[in-house]
Design a protein around this ligand. Structure first.
Ligand code: AMP
Length: 191
C-alpha cells in the first residue's frame, strides 16, 4: 500500500503537530506502508520522514528540481523522484497512491488537499482522502466545505469524499471505512 502525505514545511508550529507527524511515521513503518511526500526536510515533512527512517520505513520524496537546488530536500531520504514543476509533482504524488492523508499545513498543503478533493469530485482520483484535524486546526476549512454543500455549490454526496479524524491513530481505520468512489463520479460532479 502507498499513501501520499501532504503536510507543513513550517518549523514555527506547536510541538503537538510534530508529535502527530512522528507518530504517523511510526504507524506507517509498522504497517509496512510506503509513503510518498514532498521531500522536504523542514516542519512536519521533515519530522515525518525522520520518523519513518528511524523506524525502518519506506519513504520517497517527490520534488521539483528547483527545490532541490535551494536545498529543501531532506538529507536522509534515499528514494527520490525529481520532476520538472509543481504540476508534475502533484500528478506524480497520486500515481499508484492508495490513499491521501493531509496533516496540518499552510497554503501549500491546502492547495494539494483541495486539488485532490477536486480530482475526486471529477472521478480522476477515486481513493480515500483523510484530513487529520489535530486540535481543530482544520475546523474552518471543514466548515467552509460544509457551507459549500449547504449553499448548493457541491452536493451532499461530495461530503463523503473525505474522512476527518482528530488523531493520526485513527488514520488507517478511516482509510478502511472510506466510502467507495469511482470514475463515474463525473456524471454527478455538477451537483
Ligand atoms: P505548506 O503547507 O505551505 O508548508 O506547504 C507544504 C506542502 O507544499 C508540502 O506537502 C509540499 O508538497 C510543498 N512544499 C512547500 N514547501 C516545501 C519545502 N520547503 N520543501 C518541500 N516541499 C514543500
Amino acid at each position: 500500500m502507498q499513501v501520499c502525505v501532504y503536510c507543513a514545511s513550517s518549523e514555527s508550529i506547536r510541538e503537538v503537530y510534530f508529535q502527530q507527524a512522528e507518530l504517523l511515521g511510526q504507524i506507517f513503518s509498522q504497517e509496512n506502508i510506503q509513503v510518498v511526500y514532498g521531500g522536504g526536510g523542514s516542519g512536519l515533512m521533515g519530522r515525518l520522514a525522520s520518523s519513518m527512517i528511524a523506524s525502518g520505513g519506506k519513504i520517497k520524496g517527490i520534488m521539483p528540481h528547483f527545490m532541490k537546488e535551494i536545498e529543501w530536500a531532506h538529507k536522509h531520504v534515499t528514494e527520490w523522484e525529481f520532476v520538472s514543476d509543481m504540476h508534475e509533482r502533484k500528478r506524480t504524488f497520486l500515481e499508484n497512491t492508495d490513499a491521501v492523508v493531509a496533516l496540518p499545513g499552510g497554503v501549500g498543503t491546502f492547495e494539494e488537499l483541495l486539488e485532490v478533493i477536486t480530482w475526486k469530485k471529477l472521478g480522476l482520483f477515486v481513493k480515500p482522502i483523510v484530513i487529520v484535524n489535530v486540535e481543530g486546526y482544520y475546523d474552518p476549512l471543514i466548515l467552509m466545505l460544509q457551507k459549500c454543500i449547504d449553499e448548493g455549490f457541491m452536493s451532499p454526496i461530495h461530503g463523503t469524499m473525505y474522512e476527518i479524524v482528530e488523531d493520526v491513530k485513527d488514520v488507517l481505520p478511516a482509510i478502511e471505512r472510506s466510502a467507495p468512489w469511482n470514475e463515474d463520479a463525473i456524471r454527478f460532479a455538477k451537483g
